[in-house]
Design a binder for this molecule. Structure first.
Ligand SMILES: [Zn+2]
Length: 457
């Protein structure tokens, strides 16, 4: 899932609950009520044609996206209009009559959206990533969970990359759950050890070289602990210096099943890539790689918002421990991140208990407090002669793979069985579910252990 770049961006995008299932999906034989044909019809333009098996009076979309679709997805037939519908939206005919077909032309541009990955991440020299999840729709309201959407993609003279395949001119697949990124363009992948990378040639050379090393290293480091991934991950890094409307700049990154991606958008995008030494890129890739391991090893979608400290804090702690093994400068960086996280966690908990952080739009607390909680557990378990956080993760992944829930109660039970001390157990439970004042006291206990977890052995 996501990491937002607080220091580097003016406009933040913090996607949530976008971790997806790990299985691939072929084109189903059963006819679906709704299908979509995408075609790369002109430079920076996509045509999207929805076809319905039976006529409906509206197509419903889960999220409203701040009015983005009404602005950018232009129906070819002016008899259609967009209408906001609760948190979502629908497209319908102005005369209310049923239809079996609706086609849009869509300008391919990056758009930073609240709580959601951008529909397009353009590359500087042509081509783009298309996030299929933004195209999934329901044939009836309420649209709580759009069904599988068969999508055909037509891109004459280009490569279509989806589900780990690269196909000339066209391909098709079924978009499910949170969807996936489809690559359309001519860029050749760097076929590095264990993963496929498409990195924008418009990136500064130093940043490209860093990227070439950073993700494989994170994957190798985590594979040494948890075993290899069962698939070959894809990495997409894109940059587009064309300013967005209003001059906004944005940096967004995240994971979807089998994929890690990041996009730098707007003015000074190149400078932002190189900002803050390269360690933040290493941390970013280690964090996102950790999500790939969480998903692959537990065999499930993990990522319920309310207990996001489990997967976001866990991924940050895995990143921190990966960094400290690399050298003194990396260790200093990780220690600094830990101290900043602890201070931010304390400040946030003063007004918002962690259990309400998601509901109160303070999602960052899950990273900040979660990092401290996991590192403290790591240190405590190592004192007890265990392999720290790695043992806890292995146990959790195995339980979830066997059908148990990815839940706090499951987590606490496993931590207890592994031998976490009762004092830390109380502190972590208080941090997860206690009131603000008690949680801040508990953070003090956990913070000291977390600090030791990053110190040299
Ligand atoms: Zn994440």
């Amino acid at each position: 899932m996501c990491l937002s770049f607080r220091k580097l961006s003016v406009l933040l995008s913090v996607p949530m609950a976008l971790a997806g299932c790990v299985t691939g999906s072929g084109m189903s034989d059963a006819p679906q009520p709704l299908t979509l044909a995408l075609s790369h019809s002109a430079d920076r333009e996509l045509t999207a044609e929805y076809r319905l098996r039976e006529a409906v009076t509206a197509l419903h979309f889960l999220q409203h996206l701040g009015g983005y679709r009404a602005e950018v997805w232009k129906p070819i037939d002016s008899a259609f209009r967009w209408v906001k519908e609760g948190d979502g939206e629908r497209v319908e005919r102005t005369d209310g009559r049923p239809f079996q077909n609706v086609t849009f032309t869509i300008f391919i541009d990056y758009r930073a959206l609240p709580k959601s990955y951008a529909p397009f991440s353009p590359f500087s020299q042509g081509g783009a990533l298309v996030h299929s999840g933004q195209f999934q729709a329901c044939t009836a309201a309420p649209c709580a969970k759009p069904g599988p959407l068969p999508i055909s993609i037509d891109a004459p003279g280009e490569i279509v990359g989806v589900e780990g395949r690269r196909t000339q001119d066209r391909d098709r697949f079924v978009s499910t759950d949170d969807g996936t990124n489809i690559f359309i363009g001519t860029l050749e992948p760097v076929n590095a050890d264990g993963f496929v990378a498409i990195i924008d040639p418009g990136l500064p050379v130093a940043a490209r070289q860093r990227l070439d090393l950073s993700l494989p290293r994170a994957i190798q480091d985590l594979a040494a602990i948890y075993g290899p991934l069962s698939f070959k991950p894809e990495l997409y890094v894109s940059i587009d210096e064309e300013p967005e409307e209003g001059g906004r700049i944005s940096t967004q990154g995240g994971t979807l099943p089998r994929q890690i991606f990041m996009h730098f958008d707007g003015e000074n995008a190149k400078e932002r890539v190189g900002a803050d030494k390269p360690f933040w890129l290493d941390w970013f890739f280690a964090h996102e790689a950790a999500h790939l391991f969480q998903q692959d090893k537990s065999g499930k979608l993990v990522g319920e918002d309310r207990v996001a400290w489990m997967h976001e804090g866990g991924a940050d702690a895995m990143a921190a421990l990966t960094m400290v093994r690399r050298g003194a400068a990396e260790r200093d960086y990780a220690l600094n991140r830990k101290r900043e996280a602890e201070a931010a966690c304390a400040a946030g908990l003063a007004t918002t208990p962690l259990s309400r952080a998601s509901a109160e739009a303070k999602f960052d607390l899950h990273y900040q407090c979660g990092l401290i909680m996991w590192l403290a557990l790591d240190q405590d378990l190592r004192t007890a002669g265990k392999d720290g956080l790695a043992d806890l993760n292995r146990a959790l992944f195995a339980e979830v793979r066997s059908g148990k829930p990815w839940s706090e109660s499951q987590f606490f039970q496993l931590a207890g069985e592994l031998g976490v001390s009762s004092s830390l157990m109380t502190a972590v439970k208080t941090l997860a579910g206690g009131n603000s004042r008690d949680a801040i006291d508990a953070l003090d206990v956990a913070g000291k252990l977390a600090e030791r977890s990053l110190e040299p052995e």
